[in-house]
Write a protein that binds this ligand. Structure first.
Ligand code: CP
Ligand code: NVA
Length: 310
């Protein structure tokens, strides 16, 4: 049974298959969830992920059920394993947003139904696939269908977090150069770098944005304080000084460069209004592609599951 906990659960040709599903008109995507349920579990808040996942389930013929931790209480009211077995009685897929990535690994290890990561402290794969759709819209695919982002340079400025990990894996596996500028203490650790290397992704790493921005096609930012790190907010504001993305910084990348942000934005912290709302911003294209991403991933995963079971 296949699960999507991060981008490296997918071989590059499988990622390319998912991108192809994303190019289909909605009405031509197989109704892989017809008459079936999809559990959408959230231990943290969400605007884009909940709405895009639920609407994707509907577009695939299924019925989404939104579940919060207040109800199921993973590892408090019941173990993650028992919650998974329970939801598996009613649903053909469990999509889950959790704090600890290891919770998803425990759920997936049971192989009850496919598990899809809707964000953990480790990864945000559906965001990264939406980001790839956005970059392809902007720049088109290269000549090599197996490496549609070949020749592109994607540069992330800020915390080497869940979003950065999945983004690096996704764009790197599809042929782009991935660069990242983060302050000391907030960079990829050796385990992250090994995982990227296992997918043949070798990022250009710097502790100065100015080193990596020029020549980039995409400048990407995310919050400096992820969900669950609120207690560190004041310290992080100090530590990330000098890593704010401004309209001027995006312009330094080049005239054709675009600015991306997974949102929610903390305006005036990791990015200015000028960057977020400026001409080079593509943040709303990106947000809309969360639906393309959720639909394509679920369609691919459930079709794969049906073939496995046949
Ligand atoms: N980008 C993203 O995952 O947004 P939400 O937290 O609103 O779902
Ligand atoms: N890194 C952020 C992403 C939010 C979509 C977080 O985990 O809170």
């Amino acid at each position: 049974m296949r699960h999507i906990l991060d981008i490296d659960d997918l071989a590059t040709p499988e990622l390319v298959e998912i991108l192809a599903i994303g190019r289909l008109p909605v009405g031509e995507v197989d109704q892989v969830l017809a008459g079936k349920g999809a559990a959408c579990y959230f231990a943290k808040p969400s605007a884009r992920t909940r709405n895009s996942t639920e609407m994707a389930v509907v577009q695939l013929g299924g019925h989404p059920v939104y579940i919060t931790d207040v109800e199921v209480g993973i590892d408090e009211r019941e173990t993650a394993e028992d919650v998974t077995r329970t939801l598996g009685c009613f649903h053909d897929v469990i999509c889950a947003r959790v704090f600890e990535h290891s919770v998803l690994e425990r759920m997936a290890a049971l192989n009850v139904v496919p598990i899809v990561n809707l964000l953990s402290d480790g990864a945000h794969p559906l965001q990264a696939i939406a980001d790839v759709f956005t970059i392809l819209d902007e720049f088109g695919a290269g000549d090599d269908p197996a490496q549609p982002l070949a020749g592109r340079v994607v540069t992330y400025v800020g915390d080497a977090n869940n979003v950065a990990r999945s983004l690096g894996l996704a764009v790197g596996k599809l042929g782009a150069e991935f660069r990242i500028a983060s302050p000391s203490g907030y960079q990829f650790d050796p385990v992250d770098l090994d995982r990227l290397a296992a997918s043949s992704v070798v990022p250009v790493v710097s502790d100065r944005a100015a080193d990596v921005v020029p020549g980039s096609d995409v400048i990407y930012a995310d919050t400096w304080t992820s969900m669950g790190q609120e207690d560190e907010h004041a310290q992080r504001l100090r530590d990330f000084e000098g890593f704010q993305v401004t309209e001027e910084l995006v312009a330094e990348a080049g005239e054709r460069s675009v600015f991306m942000h997974c949102l929610p934005a903390h305006r005036g912290e990791e990015a200015t209004d000028g960057a977020l709302d400026g001409q080079q911003s593509r943040i709303w294209v990106q947000a809309a592609h969360r639906l393309t991403s959720a639909r394509s991933v679920l369609a691919w995963l459930l079709a794969n599951q049906a073939n496995d079971g046949a």
